[in-house]
Design a protein around this ligand. Structure first.
Ligand code: MN
Length: 311
């Protein structure tokens, strides 16, 4: 039973613990225009564009839930400042759409991201399958023009023969629509077939990544994107299945989590304008490994955003 005396005695303790309702327990934002947040989190519980196993619709809630394990550390190691002191982040919840009508997701997501960008903020989006990146990039290109892309994935997602809503074709469409500055874009961790002739992006394939490590990867990334406005898209299957089993189309032989974290941390100095983490499918996960990986990569990105701002 809760008596008043007890409540007063513990006034400095939070009554509710980590519920994982928002990413990193950042405050909920409903009025995007009025909010002073600099980065807005959005979930997109959509997996109707998957070619294999569905389930990424539960990605946003998985990542938010896992992020509750990261909150206790005031200043995340090895950063020497607390994120909250230097970057204002809020969580706008999930983008809504009519199930069975993918176009309503496309329209609503692009509108939501455009609202975020038009109010001078940037987005951090949790998929959902990788198709959700296409409407996000449409909003970014509308605001910023074609953006440089840093894309982590086992797959290039540049296939041309897919259906209209297809998580394997989005970068084919993004290039065709002129959303991406291909000359300054790079794909990392690729280890599935793609057409080498005329491929629009620089590729660091998974074997090269494993052989050369974070320092060399970062050299290539910085050389490629330069000072361009840069969007980061992280398909969690870019990681090795041992680091990210909970995903729809896992492929053996990917990046380690250690390597991925060092690469994200090393994006400091790049003109970053947005990020997504996609393809987390908690139903195939074990012990929240994949959701935690997604949450940790996103948190590391936010630290980089804060560090860029402080520089
Ligand atoms: Mn993939």
């Amino acid at each position: 039973m809760c008596d008043k005396q007890n409540t007063v005695a513990n006034a400095d303790l939070p009554i509710y613990g980590s519920l994982g309702m928002t990413f990193m327990e950042f405050p909920v934002v409903s009025d995007l225009t009025m909010s002073d947040a600099e980065v807005i989190v959005a979930g997109v519980p959509f997996d109707m564009a998957t070619s294999g196993r569905s389930g990424a619709r539960f990605g946003p809630q998985g990542v938010r839930q896992a992020s509750s394990q990261l909150i206790w550390e005031g200043a995340r190691w090895p950063w020497q400042f607390a994120l909250d002191d230097h970057l204002i982040v809020a969580d706008s919840g999930n983008v809504l759409f009519k199930h069975g009508e993918p176009q309503t997701m496309v329209d609503n997501l692009q509108a939501h991201i455009s609202t975020i960008l038009d109010s001078g903020k940037s987005s951090l989006t949790f998929g959902g399958d990788h198709f959700i990146t296409l409407p996000v990039l449409r909003a970014y290109a509308k605001k910023h023009g074609p953006v440089a892309l840093i894309h982590f994935d086992a797959h290039t997602d540049t296939y041309s023969g897919g259906t209209k809503y297809d998580h394997g074709t989005l970068f084919h469409h993004a290039v065709e629509e002129g959303l991406v500055d291909t000359e300054h874009s790079i794909q990392i961790g690729i280890r599935t077939a793609y057409d080498l002739d005329g491929h629009p992006f620089e590729v660091l394939d998974a074997a090269w990544v494993g052989d050369h490590g974070p320092g060399a990867i970062l050299e290539r990334i910085h050389a490629r994107v330069g000072d361009k406005k840069t969007y980061v898209s992280f398909d969690i299957d870019g990681l090795d299945p041992s680091c990210a089993p909970g995903t729809g189309t896992p492929v053996a032989g990917g990046m380690t989590m250690d390597c991925a974290l060092k690469v994200i941390r090393g994006l400091q100095g790049i003109n970053l304008v947005g990020m997504d983490v996609v393809e987390v499918a908690p139903a195939y996960d074990h012990a929240e490994i994949t959701s935690l990986a997604g949450a940790t990569l996103a948190l590391e990105y936010l630290y980089v955003m804060a560090a860029n701002k402080m520089a």
